[in-house]
Design a protein around this ligand. Structure first.
Ligand code: PLP
Length: 423
């Protein structure tokens, strides 16, 4: 049998890079099934998308029902129930009065959010963070700084973007006193406003409340809270990119709850519809109301089937997913901390909810990158799928669905333990 991988080599653009060569024919719960008969425990969830596991029956049922009624209406053309009902539901999840705009991907939502901020403030500049990832369109890429490879040959993107340092306290080059965020991380904005860009020229600060692709880095709460103060002071919009952290991933519907900070604009995608392509810009109503008709748009945004799937996804998350993510996240993290006791090359265990990671350090025989590569390859050989992240390619991330069970976590950790013990 010619595998899907082999067939794809002849016809697929190599630019669509994959972490594995698996050809998958079915997904159910926390497992994927391959064309060559393997059953694989999936702790990647399509990169934080299947937050309720594969093919959750309630989501499939809602999507199937919607498909029998209307597959596409076009949000430039008509109104339909699943679109409006989802917007109502999302607005009800916000602490403040908000309005919603739907699109298809995370990058598209971020592009839209940047356009919204520029349009309403009539200011040109944007501040983002080193090590951040916001997507691959020219706009989203312009505020991304996790990998120079994403920019290679594309330089000269959206102008007026400035990058600040994101606090990863355990790696802080600045001394930490009383476990507090070093002053540098706060003062850097004054320096920036003094030497690089006038604060009243800045439309938005865009930030992942927890950096995803950059290595699952959880910043200190006081830093995120300071961003809110800073933005309020200068009339800058605070954009939270919750594309990876949203919809139960962190044990909260949105990571902003953990930080106790509300953004002006929030972008979401990935887990919103448990696998159907959908994204949203959620902004304070007073901001959205100033984005005039025609200033943004698209053909497929808010597809009826994706919206119906999202409604079902949110219902299950509220009923059981988020609570399970908190319980299983705490349990999982304990197990990872136990692994750290055992293996000195596990430098750090971090993350909240089910957005967890371990960072490897070099040993005398192996580099951290080699350890990560081996850990992923050998775990997959034993039918457990993990992904990497981090700027230095030394972080193993764990993104199981919020529906994951204790036994599945035990299975994943024991396979990893066995693999690490062989290194
Ligand atoms: C935080 C964050 N923002 C934006 C994106 C881009 O989303 P998409 O790939 O749907 O364009 C991602 C994808 O990994 C992400 O993790």
């Amino acid at each position: 049998m010619v595998s899907l991988y082999e067939r794809s080599q002849r016809v697929m653009a190599p630019v669509a890079n994959r972490a594995t060569k698996l050809g998958v024919i079915k997904g159910e719960g926390t497992y994927i099934y391959t064309e060559d008969g393997r059953k694989i425990l999936d702790f990647a969830s399509g990169v934080a998308v299947n937050n309720l596991g594969h093919n959750h029956p309630q989501v499939v049922k809602a999507a199937t029902k919607q498909m029998s009624q209307l597959v596409h209406g076009g949000h430039n053309v008509v109104y339909y129930e699943s679109y409006v009902a989802l917007a109502e539901k999302i607005v009800s999840l916000s602490k403040e009065e908000t309005k919603v705009y739907f699109s298809n991907s995370g990058a598209e939502a971020n592009d839209g959010a940047l356009k919204l901020a520029k349009y309403v403030t009539e200011r040109p500049a944007v501040i983002s963070f080193k090590n951040s990832f916001h997507g691959r369109t020219i706009g989203a890429m312009s505020v991304t700084a996790s990998n120079a490879g994403y920019r290679k040959h594309y330089e000269g993107m959206m102008p007026g973007v400035y990058f600040a340092e994101f606090p990863h306290l355990s790696k802080s080059p600045y001394p930490i006193v009383d476990l507090k965020t070093p002053k540098h991380f706060f003062d850097q904005f004054d320096d920036m406003f003094h030497s690089l860009v006038d604060p009243y020229s800045v439309a938005a600060i865009i930030v992942e409340p927890i950096q995803g692709e950059g290595g699952y880095i959880v910043p200190p709460k006081d830093f995120v809270q300071y961003l809110r103060v800073l933005c309020d002071h200068y009339g800058i919009f605070l954009i939270f990119d919750e594309i990876q952290t949203g919809f139960g991933r962190t044990g909260y519907m949105f990571a902003s709850e953990y930080f106790e900070v509300e953004p002006d604009i929030r972008t979401v995608a990935k887990g919103i519809a448990n696998g159907f392509p959908l994204s949203a810009i959620i902004a304070k109503a007073e901001i959205m109301d100033k984005w005039e008709a025609g200033a943004h748009g698209g053909t497929f945004g808010g597809n009826p089937v994706a919206c119906a799937a999202a409604l079902a996804t949110i219902e299950v998350l509220e009923k059981e997913g988020i609570e399970n993510a908190q319980l299983m996240g705490a349990y999982f993290k304990e197990m990872l901390l136990d692994l750290q006791e055992k293996y000195s090359f596990i430098e750090e265990v971090r993350g909240i909810g089910l957005m967890l990671a371990i960072e490897f350090a070099n040993t005398s025989e192996l580099s951290a990158q080699e350890i990560l590569k081996e850990a992923i390859a050998e775990s997959l050989a034993k039918d457990v799928l993990f992904l990497s992240c981090g700027m230095h390619k030394n972080v193993l991330r764990f993104i199981p669905p919020t529906t994951v069970s204790k036994n599945e976590i035990i299975e994943a950790v024991s396979v990893l333990d066995e693999v690490l013990s062989q290194l």
